[in-house]
Design a protein around this ligand. Structure first.
Ligand code: SIN
Ligand code: FE2
Length: 216
């Protein structure tokens, strides 16, 4: 699975932010994209909406695993065991993601949600903190596929200093420690900057974040 196992941490990054550039090889990325394509047949991308306003996100989503992150106008951000449109359980977490989690996060406590974010050209994600999990101390593991993105991360409060890093096809990012509680988002994706996604998904970027939701 690993081409290189080179962890990058920088002194000006929040503590607990670790980047593994190109950790997933081309073949692993390809198998993972096939697993995503297969999962989306059963659990199609849905349009999440802001609580209250009902404004749609530009990113479309689905999930792997026993729990999936969803959001709608009425009930807001939360985890659900069923897809909001099909009312079926989410597809099983692929072994490649479970293995990655076991290696980089925790071999005993498996991830419960694998949030699939699809960024079509022009999609972005505003600064936010991932705070809908009970297991707030367990790191989040993020895998990037397809076009390159500019990821932004700030501090524990909105409005402070931020920095950006580039996430490419095959990159794995861990947000643990302080970084687990930092504001972060995606400024933009760069057209044609990485391998094409399967035609059934469309052009752009896939990001998968693995999360532990409940406390053991
Ligand atoms: C997220 O914060 O949930 C997604 C980050 C990304 O797309 O890299
Ligand atoms: Fe997030």
């Amino acid at each position: 699975m690993q081409a290189t196992f080179h962890a990058i941490r920088e002194p000006d990054w929040p503590e607990g932010l670790v980047l593994y550039p190109g950790l997933l090889t081309g073949n692993s990325c390809q198998s993972l994209l096939e697993a995503v394509e297969e999962a989306l047949k059963d659990a199609p991308l849905f349009v999440p909406r802001m609580p209250g306003s009902g404004r749609p996100f530009s990113v479309r989503m689905s999930n792997f695993g026993p729990l999936g992150w969803v959001s709608d106008k009425e009930k807001g951000y939360r985890y659900e065991p069923l897809h909001p449109v099909t009312n079926k359980p989410w597809p099983e977490m692929p072994a490649i993601l479970r293995d990655l989690w076991a290696r980089l996060v925790d071999p005993r406590l498996p991830p419960e949600a694998g949030l699939i974010n699809y960024y079509a050209p022009g999609a972005r994600m505003g600064l936010h903190v991932d705070a809908d999990e009970e297991a707030t101390d367990v790191p989040i593991l993020s895998v990037s596929l397809g076009w390159t993105a500019r990821f932004r991360i700030g501090g524990l409060r909105r409005g402070g200093h931020t920095l950006s890093l580039v996430l490419k096809h095959g990159d794995v990012l861990i947000m643990g420690g302080t970084a687990r509680r930092c504001y972060h988002g995606i400024d933009r994706i760069y057209p044609e900057s990485g391998p094409s996604l399967p035609a059934a998904i469309g052009p752009g970027r896939i990001n998968i974040t693995l999360r532990r939701v409940t406390l053991p």
